[in-house]
Write a protein of this length. Structure first.
Length: 387
């Protein structure tokens, strides 16, 4: 069911180095600037814009801010632009400012973004999400606290078990079998809407302590039915969602899953379980695991540092035999290039660094010895000034 992942290198010389057999042992055939083909989609390089919540939508609708925010990074040279966590149900939003895709009316504002992103040579992707017990939160710049009542602007939340995220968070209602079936149906409907909007990469969010991750981790899933207890049971809902989404996504389009590879705390979800999960996802036709970590519990001790999640991506890539994306404190072009050339990951997802520098990918091209592919309206002026 899984299509082969092609590296598209035969017609592309290595970047930033002279051609010739003398360099074959020194220069990797694949680097950060090499194109990548997954199923029927070609990515112009290995640099992706990670989904980053903006929290400024009204009733789930994308607007001019989202167009400019996402479109500028497409013009800035990344190969893949992934729209932020987009809620499959209204009560699955983290905050009232989250994007949504629970209504047919959400399609056209998203399609507008897709059209511009694709016009700039990038591929448009979207992350489909349900926040679970971490829903009904205030905006982060207002403190991000849980909103416990309708009067405070909150709404009822759900999860695998009636365990709140934190002391000040709303207590979720444990989903029954009908509720679980409803979650699967919501992801199916959202996938159809995303495809109608023109997205060519679909990613489901099973990381950062949101609903699917909550089912995976024994710290948040205390169920005693078919959806809790053993690893096989905890995998059941995420795998049902993945299988349902893959059935809908056309065979020529890639399907990604974002995971938290570890909870960074004792007795929680860990990288060995993530390897098992990734293998099962591969069997269902998932093409790439977008490897993040944490988010399930508020007081985890996370060893944050340069590229701190890259070893997790490497382990999953090696042991599950599936393509991975690396993310987390990757800021330098040389480091990003080493991640690809060293075989740690197939894509490098940039997040906050792209907020600081929308043209990071173009500058990386120059730093790595390639000709920056400026948009035509900028390029003639930039190149003339450089002379």
């Amino acid at each position: 069911m899984t299509a082969p992942l092609a590296d598209s290198t035969s017609a592309n010389a290595p970047h930033g180095c002279p051609a010739g057999s003398d360099h074959d042992r020194e220069v990797p055939e694949i680097d950060l600037l090499s194109p990548l083909t997954i199923r029927g989609v070609r990515f112009r390089n290995r640099i992706a814009m990670a989904p980053m919540c903006q929290y400024v939508a009204r009733d789930g609708f994308a607007d001019d801010w989202h167009l400019v925010h996402l479109g500028s990074r497409a013009a800035g040279g990344v190969s893949l632009v992934v729209v932020e966590a987009t809620a499959v149900t209204a009560d699955g939003r983290i905050t009232a400012g989250d994007l949504g895709i629970w209504s047919e009316a959400h399609i056209e504002p998203l399609a507008r973004i897709v059209r511009f992103v694709e016009s700039q040579g990038a591929v448009a992707g979207i992350q489909l999400a349900h926040a679970g017990r971490k829903a009904s939160s205030d905006l982060p710049w207002k403190g991000g606290a849980g909103l416990l009542t309708p009067e405070a602007g909150g709404w009822p939340v759900v999860g695998p078990s009636a365990l709140p995220f934190d002391d000040g968070s709303p207590t979720p209602s444990a989903l029954d079998k009908a509720g679980i079936d409803g979650v699967v149906a919501a992801f199916e409907a959202a996938t159809r809407r995303a495809l109608a909007a023109g997205f060519r990469v679909i990613e489901i969010h099973s990381a950062h302590g949101y609903l699917l991750h909550e089912f995976l981790s024994p710290l948040s899933n205390r169920r005693t039915d078919d959806y809790g207890g053993s690893l096989e049971n905890r995998l059941r809902l995420p795998l049902r969602v993945a299988e349902a989404v893959r059935r809908i996504v056309p065979a020529e389009l890639p399907f990604f899953v974002r995971i938290s590879a570890t909870d960074w705390t004792d007795d929680g979800w860990d990288v060995d379980q993530s390897v098992v999960y990734a293998r099962r996802l591969k069997e269902l036709g998932v093409d790439l695991i977008d490897v993040s970590s944490g988010g399930l519990v508020p007081k985890a001790r996370i060893p944050v540092g340069k590229g701190y999640q890259v070893p997790l991506a490497r382990k999953i890539r090696d042991e599950a035999g599936i393509a991975t994306g690396a993310v987390g404190l990757i800021t330098e072009a040389g480091h990003a290039n080493e991640i690809v050339t060293g075989g740690d990951a197939d894509l490098v997802f940039l997040a906050r660094e792209l907020l600081r520098e929308p043209y990071w990918a173009l500058k990386a091209q120059q730093e790595l010895g390639a000709e920056p592919a400026w948009p035509i309206s900028y390029g003639y002026a930039v190149k003339r000034r450089a002379k």
